[in-house]
Design a protein around this ligand. Structure first.
Ligand SMILES: Cc1cc2nc3c(=O)[nH]c(=O)nc-3n(C[C@H](O)[C@H](O)[C@H](O)COP(=O)(O)O)c2cc1C
Length: 196
């Protein structure tokens, strides 16, 4: 079975640029044979966190939250495409992520960060690493950081110039690393159920 990968992205801005990178990640993973799907926090638009999914009584959680919980539970791995706001994370994606906990456990995750400037969202990536580890994901050490996002990818997510070529190389290595851990996790789950 193809690896089931979720690509999560969470800017709510009208003129958001990171969607180019999220689309690029989905397309590139699909070209590698993955069953990859974009999880766009703005489209799903969960409410500001009140109850986590598990805190709802059976059958009372919003339908979009329930559907997303199922997708997260059934995924083999995750790619978080993260931008940086004021040296921190983007609230839309953080809000979506915080609705779940055990649903994320026992799978690998990779972080792909970006920014308008040259630093590529490195500080947001650091913050996400801690958060994803807290939520039971194993964060792979390979990371992709994309500076000058609108000069690196066009509006359709096509790589441009030297920056685009550099992204293609970095993403390929990143995806190799992540897919190794995805395969390891699938084998281990088939061999032995997670302990909790
Ligand atoms: C509220 C806000 C805060 C920002 N803070 C940072 C920052 O701390 N570091 C950075 O590199 N870029 C920062 N930027 C620029 C973003 O990297 C750039 O706008 C990027 O396109 C945001 O992602 P999005 O377009 O997907 O929303 C900020 C942008 C906004 C709107």
């Amino acid at each position: 079975m193809a690896d089931r990968m979720l690509v999560l992205y969470g800017s709510y801005r009208t003129d958001r640029a990171g969607i180019r990178l999220a689309d690029y990640a989905v397309r590139t993973l699909q070209a590698r044979g993955c069953d990859a799907e974009l999880i766009d926090a703005k489209t799903i638009d969960l409410p500001m966190l009140d109850r986590m999914f598990k805190e709802y009584d059976e059958g009372t959680a919003p339908a979009a939250m329930k559907a997303l919980a199922k997708k997260i539970r059934e995924a083999d791995g995750f790619v978080f495409v993260v931008g940086e706001y004021n040296r921190g994370v983007q609230p839309g994606l953080k809000n979506l992520t915080d609705h779940f906990l055990e649903e994320w456990y026992w799978r690998p995750a990779g972080i792909v960060s970006y920014s308008a400037g040259r630093l590529g969202g490195a500080l947001a990536a650091e913050a996400w690493h801690a958060t994803l580890s807290e939520m039971g994901m194993v964060v792979v050490s390979s990371r992709v950081s994309v500076g000058q996002i609108t000069r690196t990818l066009d509006e359709s997510g096509k790589p441009l110039g030297d920056g685009g070529a550099s992204l293609e190389r970095a993403f390929s290595r990143f995806a190799d690393d992540l897919s190794w851990w995805v395969e390891a996790g699938k084998r281990q789950r088939a061999h032995r159920q997670p302990p909790f």
